[in-house]
Design a protein around this ligand. Structure first.
Ligand SMILES: Cc1cc2nc3c(=O)[nH]c(=O)nc-3n(C[C@H](O)[C@H](O)[C@H](O)COP(=O)(O)OP(=O)(O)OC[C@H]3O[C@@H](n4cnc5c(N)ncnc54)[C@H](O)[C@@H]3O)c2cc1C
Length: 457
């Protein structure tokens, strides 16, 4: 391959205490937590909104805040609960105790208000480009925007890019995909439908569908999609509903998790581009199928496709501890717990429609702890990682990847970075009892004694 040498003197435009790359769920927790502890925080985000998959990814549904199937037992609090309450108070969504459903645009607005109140300096339309590392320490972060290339020299860096972009450039070892062939879960371009008669759809889905198709799995409606495929009306990329999200504040709209784009690598721009175009094509095709087969959807139309393709899985860093599915299933407790996860092990088929055989549904009340060490990359003094790229196995990620856990991991990283600065320590040396106390002070649920019964706002 042809190559060229290229070098440039780059302007340093700031030296914040903490720099957060990516303003998705993990970045929200990281930035707010560090800023509220008095640190100067800069956030770099490639899109034009805070929220990542929750907003630019057009999701509209965050779950779960409770132990599995037990909405009364709250296992996630802190910033994740705070933004749900604020959005609900503004009339942009509802919080049920286990999940939070919201209008994507209203959520963006509330998140911007929270960032601005905390004094966070946010840069939209800006991509992380590279790092300068010396002695296992990030000395500079290079960004790229309309301004050209510029640099920051932060004291602490938190990688919330979802893809471990910073850690990978810094030389932190990582894994990607499942062990046998490196395949990752499919990507999904979420889309939103307008013109839906949601009451009619529910009547069909929960009453008429089970009678007509003799199938009580109304969540996924497998038999209906099979019929459409047998009739030659539907392509085989999907065999069940992965999520039709409804917010009472937007009564004729549904957020749709249905497209599936397989066999790609979301750390490659060619694959991201193809997946986005293919996802949009599948979205329009799906709407055509819905209009023909689903009562209440006869007049539906595609109002939006996500600005950001949904990646379920890419790089997972090598951290000081690697969380396994055995840890989750055993509901293992850790001395350095920073919070709880409780979602089922949700693995979409990496090579075809439907779910993978590794999918595991837990018993009611399931919850497990997340150790701080899984957020600490090996051999780095001032870099932390939060979100779907933390140190875990492909199977464990099936549960860990959901948003409440990404937010609380970010929150822990923000607090740990602030503490490391105050103590002049490396990220692996922070005092765990003090970190846990800081998180509790922020309303987080860190260990068994913090778990509480659901209280509405
Ligand atoms: C289709 C789909 C359905 C899902 N369903 C659910 C669900 O029902 N409930 C649930 O809770 N979770 C769900 N998840 C999981 C969840 O949305 C993600 O795992 C979670 O958003 C990951 O959070 P994150 O902050 O690590 O990454 P992301 O949400 O991906 O955010 C990363 C942010 O970093 C930015 N960024 C990335 N690279 C760069 C760069 N180089 N420079 C600057 N900015 C950058 C991105 O633009 C983005 O804003 C779903 C995910 C998908 C894809």
């Amino acid at each position: 391959m042809e190559s060229i040498d290229f070098s440039e003197r780059i302007e340093v435009i700031g030296s914040p205490d903490v720099m957060v790359i990516g303003a998705g769920p993990a970045g929200i927790g990281a930035a707010l937590s560090a800023a509220r502890l008095g640190k100067e925080v800069v956030v770099i985000e490639q899109t034009n909104a805070i929220g990542g998959i929750a907003t630019s990814g057009l999701h509209g549904h965050i779950c779960t805040y409770s132990s599995w199937s037990n909405p009364k037992e709250q296992v996630v609090g802190g910033i994740c609960r705070e933004f749900a309450d604020r959005v609900e108070a503004r009339g942009f969504g509802v919080f049920s105790g286990s999940s939070f459903d919201f209008e994507v645009e209203g959520f963006k607005l509330v998140l911007e208000e929270m960032f601005n109140e905390a004094g966070i300096k946010t840069y939209y339309y800006t991509q992380f480009s590279d790092v300068v590392v010396e002695n296992e320490t990030v000395k500079a972060v290079i960004i790229q925007s309309k301004n050209g290339r510029q640099a920051f020299t932060p004291r602490m860096v938190i990688d919330c890019s979802g893809d471990a972009d910073v850690a990978a450039r810094a030389g932190v070892p990582f894994e990607q995909g499942r062990d046998n062939d490196g395949s990752t879960q499919p990507m999904t371009l979420m889309f939103q439908l307008g013109g839906v008669d949601v009451e009619r759809v529910s009547q069909f889905r929960f009453h008429e569908y089970p009678e007509k198709y003799n199938d009580h799995n109304t969540y996924k409606m497998h038999a209906l999609w099979k019929e459409a495929q047998d009739n030659g009306n539907m392509e085989p990329f999907q065999s069940g509903i992965m999520g039709w999200w409804y917010t009472p504040t937007r009564p004729d709209q549904l957020g749709i998790n249905f497209t599936h784009i397989f066999g790609l690598d979301s750390t490659r721009v060619e694959d991201l581009t193809y997946a986005t175009m293919e996802g949009r094509r599948q979205a329009y095709h799906s709407a055509e199928v819905y209009r023909k087969y689903v009562p209440g959807m006869e007049n539906c139309w595609v109002s939006h496709c996500a600005a950001l393709i949904g990646t379920r899985e890419s790089r997972r860093i090598k951290g000081l501890y690697k969380i396994t599915e055995q840890d989750l299933m055993a509901e293992k407790e850790f001395e350095d717990s920073i919070g709880y996860g409780s979602f089922f092990i949700d693995i979409h088929n990496c090579t075809g429609a439907g779910m993978d055989s590794g999918t595991w549904y837990p018993p009611q009340g399931f919850k497990y702890q997340i150790p701080y060490r899984a957020l600490v990359p090996v051999n780095m003094n001032n870099l932390l990682v939060a979100g779907r790229c933390i140190s875990c196995t492909h199977t464990a990620l099936g549960s860990l990847r959901v948003m409440p856990q990404c937010v609380l991991e970010g929150e822990a990283c923000g607090a740990a970075a602030a503490q490391a600065i105050d103590d002049g320590a490396g990220v692996a040396e922070v005092s765990i009892p003090r970190l846990q106390q800081t998180l509790r002070d922020q309303g987080a649920i860190v260990s068994a004694g913090d778990i509480k019964a659901y209280q509405p706002r």
